[in-house]
Design a protein around this ligand. Structure first.
Ligand SMILES: [Zn+2]
Length: 265
């Protein structure tokens, strides 16, 4: 087929599909680049999140420790007051005038000894608790050190990937926008919708099941396509898969293989 209105229309139609395919391919390249950056970014933010959780845990442990230390101080002060009182009582016992007076002091001293023992036990318990929390704080600190190292590597990796693809992304964006400017806006927005719903399956090639009988299928959903779609595809008219809805295209080999036998001879 050469020249003529029909041929020009065919070519215009073919261009439309090929133009759209070019936009789609540029978009795929962009998405491929950005998805690798996206993975690095997700990994980095996961590390930041874990670091935040460790900091939160550490500050809660530190506030528990402060409370325990305050209670320890209170109990130690109480012990000091008891000791002071006992010293005073013993002095008074030494100068007691009667046995009755002496016995009264002794009763009080004995009661104070019991009280002192109780407070001392409490102090020991608190010190033990404080030690356990200090150990946990130390563990938290070393977990944090490890996590910081992982985070730093993740950050470096993200930054490296970002700078690696930055220029290429800008280039591809310009290229894609340029290619897109040649395509009907309605068709473009349809492609955008398919890309957001189906990603790489927004466009698909055609697979030949039976060349002689012109049986073809969609490379995305694998469903056999109605034979009337073939002539649209061969003419380059924008065609969607009747099953999954993606834009279909014929690559050169498929196109050559499927040309009606008459036109090849
Ligand atoms: Zn399909």
């Amino acid at each position: 087929m050469t020249g003529g209105k029909a041929a020009r229309e065919d070519q215009a139609g073919m261009n439309e599909t090929m133009k759209l395919l070019a936009v789609y391919q540029a978009e795929q390249k962009l998405r491929g680049l950005q998805s690798r950056l996206g993975a690095a970014e997700r990994f980095l933010s996961e590390q930041e999140r874990q670091l935040g959780a460790i900091d939160q845990q550490t500050s809660s442990l530190e506030s528990q420790l402060r409370q325990i230390q305050a209670s320890t101080k209170e109990n130690e002060d109480e012990m000091a007051r008891i000791d002071e009182r006992m010293t005073k009582l013993r002095e008074e016992m030494n100068v007691a005038r009667t046995n009755k007076e002496y016995q009264a002091f002794l009763v009080e001293v004995n009661a104070l000894k019991i009280e002192r023992g109780r407070v001392e036990e409490e102090v020991l318990k608190l010190i033990e608790q404080a030690d356990a929390i200090k150990t946990e704080i130390d563990q938290s600190a070393s977990t944090k050190d490890e996590r910081v190292k992982v985070r730093d590597v993740a950050q470096q990796d993200r930054d490296t990937r970002h700078s690696e693809i930055k220029d290429r992304v800008k280039e591809l964006e310009t290229e894609r926008d340029q290619l897109a400017s040649a395509v009907n806006p309605k068709t473009l927005s349809e492609l955008q919708r398919l890309l957001s719903e189906r990603d790489e399956d927004a466009m698909a090639g055609v697979e030949i099941i039976d060349k002689r009988r012109h049986e073809i299928s969609c490379a995305s959903c694998m469903m056999t396509l109605p034979v009337e779609l073939l002539s649209r595809l061969l003419s380059g008219t924008l065609t969607n898969c009747s099953n999954c809805g993606c834009f279909l295209y014929l690559d050169e080999d498929a196109s050559a293989a499927l040309q009606p036998t008459g036109s090849k001879r």
